[in-house]
Ligand binder design. Structure first.
Ligand SMILES: Nc1ncnc2c1ncn2[C@@H]1O[C@H](COP(=O)(O)OP(=O)(O)OP(=O)(O)O)[C@@H](O)[C@H]1O
Ligand SMILES: [Mg+2]
Length: 583
């Protein structure tokens, strides 16, 4: 928690002002019981009633003035507190967000997306609220408590012993609550995490849950977590509810005790120094002391809760980046676009075994290199190594002979157009989606839509390029989404184009037209992952992957003759006439 406070540094001056305001407020607040006491003394002073009246009015006006001033100070400092804590939260959120943006898939896999969402929203909010409370209470409460105790002692030290007794009792009560509830908070936080997970899973998999008629099973799962959570929360809240009446009881007893002993030991009659007004003031001071301790407790309870959140936030910020720019990283210009894999092996950090083993090939500029292989053979993994979504475990990936690890990330990204296996669209318009890259132009948007075979369907929509795309591209079909994703990558005018199984949702004819258009229009290095032989059979070079190894490289015709695995895939997809024709 303390470490997140460094983000408060820029606001040190407003914070100082807050402390001054809050101190002023505490000082003003402490004047009221004293004046109230004077009012009492006036009332029983036995002076002429008109004089008493005017004196009381004078004191009343004083009290009113102090209260008004206190209100103004409270408003101003409240305004500052909210501002500082909101800015602090924004700074924290920005930092976390920037950090997440530079995470590779490694870190995302490890921390998980759903947890990162909670950390950027809920956790930061928790910390923000606590900081807001701290700014106010941390000065106010000790001020009032010490002030009230001092005032009480100066009024009458003997009677103040009662106050000491009641504060000690209160502290015991607080300690008890702490010991019982503290361990529960950690558990509650974990249960909230779990509840989020189950709920997310349920909502995301709604269709599957329905289709398999598993609503009641899922409901039971959710209910169990929710129930555990509820029980713990009720328990903790019950304890807390006990605390307030407990404190009120102590307050009441203290007041009665003070009055009782004041009368019993004759403070009021014998000592002219101690008046009924003093008694009233003393009672109010002791009440304020008890209240301050209660408020302090509330903060002390909030801090560990916020600490858990702060820890989760700092975990993100502290995470060392796996993929980052070297100090002397190169900016590459005018690339030809040759992509080479040299003895590349790769293992996912979470896995034991290599997914890719000793991969060697060169993809030439202006040529199409295709990848085929059974599902899980490592095609996506291989492709992901080029834009450094992951880094190789052994060997190197080279662009024009330069290791991608030596290239500045922004420069590398600039050279690569990438269409992921799952077409992803953002909320916005068709135009904003295709023109997502800053490298795209109005012209390239229209041209790429044309190449990606998306032109007809775009022009058939009511608003054309201005058609709204819903979140996640839910209002377009799978094939349309793929075409828009392809157009987006093309509009970037990159030198190296990567298509990860991006033609799978296209019908045969569109697939064919698209490949033809790509060939005619692009002078780039094209890397295509595909499931269908038809998609790749015209490629300049086909690489057959099996269990993470290359088992064949060549053209369609050669592979049919030399690569049994390729032949097997071909036989399962092509008619015997097509195969015979190839042979
Ligand atoms: N993030 C990950 N962490 C751990 N293992 C992974 C991860 N992603 C993929 N794998 C594993 O790596 C292997 C290769 O996956 P990959 O996605 O590269 O296959 P693919 O050839 O693209 O398959 P498909 O044709 O189904 O897309 C699989 O066995 C998979 O279980
Ligand atoms: Mg894949």
């Amino acid at each position: 928690m303390l470490r997140t406070f460094k983000y408060l540094k820029p606001y040190i001056i407003p914070i100082l002002f807050i402390f001054i305001f809050v101190g002023t407020r505490a000082f003003l607040d402490l004047q009221l019981p004293r004046i109230m006491g004077e009012v009492f003394d006036e009332a029983v002073s036995g002076k002429e009633s008109s004089i008493i009246k005017s004196e009381i009015i004078k004191l009343g006006i004083q009290m009113l003035g102090i209260t008004l001033l206190s209100i103004v100070v409270t408003i101003v400092s409240g305004f500052l507190e909210s501002r500082v804590s909101a800015k602090y939260a924004k700074k924290l959120r920005d930092e976390v967000y920037t950090k997440i943006q530079s995470f590779s898939l490694d870190e995302l896999d490890e921390l998980t997306v759903s947890s990162l969402i909670t950390r950027t929203t809920n956790d930061i909010q928790q910390v923000q609220q606590t900081v807001n409370m701290l700014l106010r209470m941390v000065v106010l409460m000790p001020f009032i408590a010490t002030g009230a105790i001092i005032m009480a002692l100066t009024k009458e030290p003997t009677l103040s012993i009662i106050l000491v007794v009641s504060v000690s009792t209160l502290l015991i009560l607080i300690a008890f609550v702490f010991i019982v509830t503290m361990p529960k908070f950690g558990i509650i936080q974990k249960l909230v995490d779990k509840l989020n997970l189950v709920t997310r899973e349920n909502l995301k998999g709604l269709k599957v849950v329905r289709a398999y008629d598993m609503e009641s099973y899922q409901e039971e799962k959710t209910n169990k977590v929710a129930d555990d959570n509820r029980k713990l929360n009720i328990f903790v809240n019950r304890i807390f509810t006990l605390m307030w009446p407990g404190a009120s009881l102590i307050m009441g007893l203290t007041s009665v005790g003070l009055a009782y002993f004041a009368i019993k030991f004759g403070f009021i009659e014998t000592s002219s120094k101690f008046t009924p007004g003093d008694l009233s003031a003393l009672i109010q001071y002791s009440n304020r002391t008890i209240m301050s301790f209660m408020m302090l407790t509330m903060i002390l309870i909030a801090i560990p809760r916020a600490s858990i959140s702060a820890k989760r936030i700092m975990q993100v910020l502290d995470k060392p980046l796996v993929i980052y720019d070297k100090k002397d990283a190169l900016v590459i210009e005018d690339v030809k676009g040759q992509v080479e894999f040299k003895n590349v092996s790769f293992k996912y950090p979470s896995a034991e075994e290599n997914i890719l083993t000793n991969i060697n090939f060169v993809a030439q500029p202006n040529k199409v290199t295709a990848f085929i292989g059974s599902t899980g053979s490592g095609k996506s993994t291989l492709i992901n190594l080029i834009p450094r979504l992951y880094d190789t475990t052994e060997g190197s990936v080279l662009i024009d002979g330069i290791n991608v690890k030596d290239i500045k990330l922004s420069s590398l990204y600039e050279k690569i157009g990438y269409v992921p296996q799952q077409g992803i669209l953002f909320k916005g318009t068709i135009e904003s989606n295709i023109g997502f890259s800053s490298q795209s132009t109005d012209e390239s948007i229209i041209k790429s839509a044309h190449i990606a075979q998306a032109k007809d369907f775009i022009e058939n929509t009511q608003d054309g390029y201005q058609t709204e795309i819903a979140q996640g591209g839910k209002n377009v079909s799978g094939g349309q989404r793929q075409r828009l994703s392809i157009a987006r990558a093309l509009a970037k005018n990159a030198k190296i184009m990567i298509f990860d199984d991006s033609f799978s949702a296209l019908d045969y004819k569109t697939d064919q037209n698209l490949r033809k258009a790509l060939k005619e229009n692009l002078n780039v290095t094209t890397l295509i992952v595909a499931q269908r032989i038809n998609t790749i059979k015209d490629a300049d070079q086909i690489i057959v992957l099996d269990k993470g190894q290359i088992v064949g490289i060549g053209k369609h015709d050669d592979l049919l003759k030399n690569c049994p695995i390729y032949l097997e895939i071909a036989q399962s997809q092509l008619s015997s006439e097509e195969l015979a024709y190839a042979k």
